[in-house]
Ligand binder design. Structure first.
Ligand SMILES: [Zn+2]
Length: 220
């Protein structure tokens, strides 16, 4: 059982996009998990085994309570029944309250597919009769991440201050040695931080409007 679950396409997506948020969530006592659809064999020049090892190291640094790498082909993740059905049992097994995944509007076709797969699987996993275990599971919401402003032309709806967790994020990004992503990830967090008025931040997007029960919900 986890509170927050990220569904990603490639081994380094998680640390770059929400590594700081998840490290912060862990420190605040929440349970966290990640599911990665591919083993990243098409990214850079690294062997699949290297990328797998790097992902395990990154996950350990963030302190994940649930971690699973699926075996879909890198640069070949397709939206469809096979992928949805591969994700549903994991969603039911770790029953997250909040699911994090890519914005659909993204440069990488695997990210686009994973976004669609996650939305469909979250819906289907909540259908009691679809499962064999006959238990109810409902998530509270899906939040999106994405770093490609050129494509999505949007700035995040929510910024999370990750300043106190930036070193954990840096180390977890460093774990993906073969991909050399740390500089990019730090610049992204710094840029979001500038907009958010803090040193480092990560950005999230809402998929739907939110409802507040009390005006206090509007207050800082
Ligand atoms: Zn990716």
């Amino acid at each position: 059982m986890v509170d927050l679950l990220a569904v990603c396409a490639h081994p380094d997506d998680f640390e770059i996009s929400v590594g700081g948020i998840f490290a912060k969530a862990k420190a605040e006592g929440f349970k966290i998990g990640v599911i990665i659809f591919t083993k990243g064999e098409s990214g850079g020049y690294a062997e699949q085994s290297t990328r797998e090892r790097e992902a395990v190291k990154g996950a350990a640094l963030i302190g994940l309570d649930y971690f699973e790498m699926l075996d879909f082909p890198d640069a070949g993740v397709m939206f469809g029944e096979e992928a949805i059905e591969a994700l549903v049992p994991h969603l039911r097994a770790c029953s997250p309250k909040y699911i994090f995944t890519f914005l659909e509007d993204d440069y990488h076709p695997d990210h686009v597919a994973v976004s669609k797969i996650t939305k469909a699987a979250a819906f289907i996993a909540g259908l009691k009769k679809h499962s064999s275990d006959d238990t109810d599971w409902h998530y509270d919401g899906i939040l999106y991440f994405g770093g490609d402003h050129k494509r999505n032309k949007r700035w995040p709806d929510i910024y999370v201050d990750i300043t106190d967790y930036i070193e954990i994020k840096r180390e977890a990004c460093d774990a993906h040695e073969s991909q050399n992503v740390t500089e990019f990830a730090m610049a992204l967090s710094k840029g979001y931080g500038r907009v958010a008025g803090v040193e480092y931040a990560e950005g999230l997007y809402l998929g739907e409007s939110i409802t507040i029960k009390s005006i206090k919900g509007l207050m800082r």
